[in-house]
Design a protein around this ligand. Structure first.
Ligand SMILES: [Zn+2]
Length: 356
């Protein structure tokens, strides 16, 4: 029986011959081999691969000499607290990066032909963020084992190319004008809705509270999504339908009045956007939040709103993978909205980039 604190590691699967072993290369490894001296090294004399051997002998040799000859079926018992266990886990988590060997960045795929642009954006955003998280995690893991750099860095470089490709595909599905419009919508201060001050007092739910609610939903919906001001209008309209329920009397008038108000809110947002469209952009550095995986795939998320993810895709000018941060060059209202964000852990404003 293996004691509970022992781990069984399939060293032959974990350590390919090209993985640098660093401080573990001299680690003595107990192995079994056919006494012919040929064939692989095994973790136990009872390995099925040794069945045909006339005799088996035990030998001990440094891990460095053993890798490349290890049986891929055998597991070696290693004390659970041994540093080799964590190193083996690190190498196992980095090995999938091999899949990116030979990746060639390609031109941006235009997604506009897709039937459902919303689904296209969501799918592309998830794909981009997953790749980015894989790369960020690889930097965190590899940082503990500096001797892995020569092995892992070329894989990280190709994966970074794939991440950037996915980001540019994402950016191609978004509209900078819309991102700026909604940042401006988020920056507007709430209008005064005095009781009786609007045309909305009448039969059914009336006046100020309804309009405050519609305004809050308009602003929230505008500010968080990819669909711009139109999404805000739908959200505001839904507030009225919900408030009236099954009653119809007075609803049409309220909807009409709301429509005029939303026209006005949209106009204010667009006027603010126009002021900033040509203004110098501001430089921000943002720490990338990792993708949080839950037990089902649907539950995964990065905690960012669609608008925030879109801004990171569209306005990115540089990325620092080992630090887990990106530099953005954004219009003023976008900078202000990011600085207000509660889902981005750290947003730091740098110097201005005039004329950009
Ligand atoms: Zn074996």
């Amino acid at each position: 029986m293996l004691s509970p604190e022992m781990r069984r590691l399939r060293l032959g699967q974990i350590f390919a011959a090209d993985v640098p072993l660093g401080v573990f290369q001299e680690l003595p490894l107990s192995c079994f081999r056919s006494s012919s001296g040929l064939g692989r090294l095994h973790g136990g004399a009872d390995c099925a691969q040794l069945r045909s051997a006339s005799a088996v002998h035990r030998l001990e040799l440094p891990l460095l000499l053993a890798v490349g000859e290890l049986c891929t079926h055998c597991a070696w018992p290693v004390p659970g607290e041994h540093l080799l266990v964590a190193f083996a886990e690190a190498v196992s988590s980095l090995t999938p990066l091999r899949a990116w060997a030979g990746f060639q960045p390609r031109p941006v795929t235009e997604g506009s032909g897709r039937a459902d642009p919303r689904a296209a954006r969501e799918g592309q955003c998830r794909r981009w963020w997953r790749l980015q998280t894989q790369l960020l995690e690889s930097h965190t893991v590899a940082a503990a084992y500096p001797w892995l750099a020569s092995w892992v860095e070329p894989m990280q470089v190709t994966l970074a190319g794939a991440v950037d490709c996915a980001r540019r595909d994402m950016a191609s599905l978004l509209d900078e004008v819309v991102l700026l419009d909604v940042a401006c919508a988020a920056a507007l201060s709430a209008p005064e809705f005095g009781e009786g001050g609007s045309a909305l007092v009448g039969p059914g739910p009336s006046g100020s509270w309804l309009m405050q609610e519609a305004w809050a939903c308009w602003q929230q919906e505008c500010a968080t999504g990819w669909d711009g001001l139109e999404a805000g209008r739908s959200a505001a309209t839904a507030v009225v339908y919900e408030a009236f329920g099954s009653r119809r009397r007075g609803r049409a008038e309220v909807l009409e009045a709301l429509d005029r108000l939303v026209d006005d809110w949209d106009a204010q947002a667009r006027a603010l956007a126009a002021q900033h469209a040509a203004a110098p952009r501001r430089s921000l550095t943002v720490d990338l939040p990792p993708l949080v995986r839950t037990h089902n795939e649907e539950g995964e998320g990065d905690g960012l709103t669609g608008w925030e993810a879109g801004v990171l895709a569209v306005y990115q000018v540089a990325v620092h993978w080992s630090a887990g941060s990106i530099d953005l060059l954004v219009p003023g209202p976008v900078a202000d909205q990011l600085l207000r964000s509660s889902s981005l852990a750290s947003v730091v404003e740098g110097r201005d980039h005039p004329g950009s």
